[in-house]
Design a protein around this ligand. Structure first.
Ligand SMILES: Cc1cc2nc3c(=O)[nH]c(=O)nc-3n(C[C@H](O)[C@H](O)[C@H](O)COP(=O)(O)OP(=O)(O)OC[C@H]3O[C@@H](n4cnc5c(N)ncnc54)[C@H](O)[C@@H]3O)c2cc1C
Length: 303
C-alpha cells in the first residue's frame, strides 16, 4: 500500500473527548451525564497530541450545557440530547433542584447555568449533589405558548414530559418535597408579578430578555406558574463538547511543554485548549473553531 505523508503539517480537528467515558470521568471538573455532539469525538485529540509531546491544558473544561432527552431519540445509535435556552428564559418556567429549590438564574447562558449545577459544597466536601438533578417546571400557559425541545405549543405532552394536575402531585412525580416546591413557586410568582427576580436576577440583562418574550408582562423573562396542569422535564448536566487539549499559540501551532511550537503540528476547535477562559456568548465556540482552523491552514501552507 502506498504510504501517504503529510508534507505541510498535521491539523488536529477531531473534536474533544466527551464520548470517551473514561477520559471524561477522570478529567472533567464535573460528572458529565450527557453530550449533545455526535458520538465520534472520543479523545483522539489528546492521544495524538500527547504522543507528539504537546502540553495539554484546560482538560477539566467543556462547553457545558443543560440538556434534555426526548425518550427514544437516538443520534448515531446513542441517546440524543437537545440543548435548552428559550425553555429556561421564557416567562412561566423555572428550574428546581432535587430539593425543589431554585439555585441559579435559569436564563443564564448554558455554560454558566451548568456551572451552578456542580457548585462545590465545602460543608460536605462534595459537588453540591442537589443541583445535579435539575427539573424544568412550567405551567399550561407556558406549554401552550412555547416549544419545549421538539414539542410545539399545540402538540400533546409526550411521555417524557411529566404532567400533573397540581404542584402537590407534580412534586410526588419528580421526587421533591411538595411544601418546598409550593413555597419555591409561590415566591417566584410574587417576584414575577413585580417583574424583579430578587433571588437570582433573572431577566435583568439583555441576554436574558433576548431569549424571553418581549410581548409578555413586565419582564420578558419572568411570568407566573399558575395555570394547571403543571409539567416537568429533567435537565441533564451536559456539554456541547469538551474544550481542553493541546495548547496552541496565536497561529494555531501546538506547543510543547517548554512553550515552543512542535514543528508541523496544528490544532483548532474542540480538539485544542480553548482560547477563551469563559463563554462570551453565542457563536463563540464555532467562531473560534473556524478562526483557528483558518489560521492553522494558513500557517501550515505559508511557513
Ligand atoms: C447541538 C449543538 C448546538 C450547538 N450550537 C452552537 C451555536 O449555536 N453556536 C456555536 O458557536 N456553537 C455551537 N455549538 C458548538 C459547536 O458546534 C462546536 O464548538 C464546534 O462544532 C466544534 O468544532 P470542531 O470542528 O472542533 O468539532 P466537531 O464539529 O465536533 O467536529 C469534529 C469532527 O471530527 C470527527 N472525528 C473525530 N475523531 C476523528 C478521527 N480520529 N479521525 C477523523 N475524524 C474524526 C468527528 O466525527 C467530527 O465530525 C453547538 C454544538 C452542539 C452539539
Amino acid at each position: 500500500m502506498k504510504k501517504t505523508t503529510a508534507t505541510r503539517g498535521v491539523i488536529l480537528a477531531c473534536g474533544g473527548f466527551e464520548w470517551d467515558m473514561r477520559l471524561r470521568q477522570y478529567l472533567l471538573a464535573a460528572p458529565l451525564e450527557a453530550a449533545a455532539s455526535p458520538p465520534f469525538n472520543d479523545g483522539d485529540n489528546l492521544r495524538l497530541a500527547a504522543m507528539a509531546g504537546s502540553e495539554l491544558s484546560r482538560l477539566d473544561q467543556a462547553w457545558w450545557a443543560p440538556l434534555l432527552h426526548e425518550e427514544g431519540e437516538l443520534n448515531e445509535g446513542q441517546p440524543m440530547f437537545r440543548t435548552t435556552a428559550s425553555e429556561r428564559a421564557l416567562p412561566g418556567s423555572i428550574c428546581v433542584n432535587s430539593e425543589g429549590q431554585r439555585f441559579t438564574n435559569e436564563a443564564a447562558n448554558y455554560n454558566d447555568f451548568v456551572r451552578a449545577m456542580f457548585q462545590f459544597d465545602p460543608l460536605n466536601y462534595l459537588h453540591k449533589d442537589a443541583n445535579r438533578t435539575t427539573w424544568l417546571v412550567f405551567d399550561h400557559l407556558f406549554k401552550n405558548r412555547y416549544a419545549v425541545g421538539s414539542v410545539m405549543p399545540s402538540a400533546p405532552a409526550p411521555n417524557w414530559m411529566i404532567k400533573a394536575s397540581d404542584l402537590d402531585s407534580l412534586a410526588v412525580l419528580i421526587g421533591v418535597s411538595s411544601d418546598t416546591l409550593k413555597s419555591t413557586v409561590g415566591r417566584f410568582n410574587e417576584m414575577a408579578r413585580e417583574g424583579v427576580d430578587e433571588d437570582f436576577g433573572r431577566g435583568r440583562t439583555a441576554h436574558d430578555r433576548v431569549w424571553g418574550d418581549p410581548n409578555d408582562g413586565v419582564n420578558a423573562s419572568l411570568g407566573t406558574l399558575s395555570e394547571p396542569p403543571l409539567y416537568a422535564v429533567r435537565l441533564y448536566l451536559g456539554a456541547l463538547g469538551t474544550n481542553g487539549g493541546p495548547t496552541i499559540d496565536a497561529r494555531a501551532r501546538v506547543l510543547n511543554l517548554d512553550g515552543q511550537p512542535i514543528p508541523g503540528l496544528f490544532a483548532c476547535g474542540n480538539a485544542c485548549a480553548s482560547v477563551m477562559v469563559s463563554y462570551p456568548g453565542s457563536g463563540a465556540s464555532i467562531g473560534a473553531a473556524a478562526t483557528f482552523g483558518y489560521l492553522a491552514g494558513q500557517t501550515a501552507t505559508t511557513s
